[in-house]
Design a protein around this ligand. Structure first.
Ligand code: PRP
Ligand code: MG
Length: 172
């Protein structure tokens, strides 16, 4: 885990003054770092029968794809509005200023699926809570929730459902 932590870059005052941004690009560009992420994420779900990994646009696509590949599962994107070509369902959630919307294809998940919902960072939890609502509405057998980084000071876990086992590789 130290290897991963050492490769995450702190960027001060991004996206605005006072915020210390945890930049994962410096970890993803490191070949061994990327390999370890794929391995460590997949170890959490080896024996769980996962059939689909749902990744949240855009930074959740990177770890989500690697995890799906490692597990031999399929990959499903949750996207910002207007990007998915076929019939979608939507959920809105509160951002700092106003509301945001995410979408998933209406036929992306079926009741026989076991799903891992993945994103890069858990901050306030608003994005993941909305994504969970979308996936839940398609009635899969089980939904797990997973992040690479959890910012525990923001207490995002509080808005995530109690029955989804929430795991994070790295907690700050
Ligand atoms: C960031 C991050 C998570 C989300 C976490 O994404 O990648 O998806 O915010 O915040 P929350 O827990 O407070 O909802 P962002 O919306 O900046 O978009 P991006 O992934 O496309 O960069
Ligand atoms: Mg994101």
């Amino acid at each position: 885990m130290e290897y991963l932590k050492q490769r995450i870059r702190d960027v001060y005052d991004f996206p605005k003054k006072g915020i210390v941004f945890k930049d994962l690009t410096t970890l993803f560009k490191d070949p061994r770092g990327l390999h370890i992420i794929g391995w460590d994420l997949s170890q959490l779900y080896r024996d769980k029968g996962v059939t689909k990994v749902v990744g949240i646009e855009s930074r959740g696509f990177i770890g989500g794809s690697i995890l799906a590949f490692e597990l031999g599962a399929g990959f499903v994107p949750v996207r910002k509005p207007g990007k998915l070509p076929a019939d979608t369902i939507q959920a809105s959630y509160d951002k700092e200023y106003g509301k945001d919307v995410i979408e998933i294809h209406r036929d992306a998940i079926t009741p026989d699926d076991i799903v891992v919902l993945h994103d890069d960072v858990l901050a306030t939890g608003g994005t993941m809570a909305a994504a969970y609502e979308l996936v839940k509405s398609m009635n899969p057998k089980k939904i797990y929730i997973n992040f690479i980084i959890e910012l525990s000071a923001l207490n995002g876990r509080a808005v995530l459902p109690a029955d989804a086992e929430v795991t994070s590789l790295i907690t700050y």
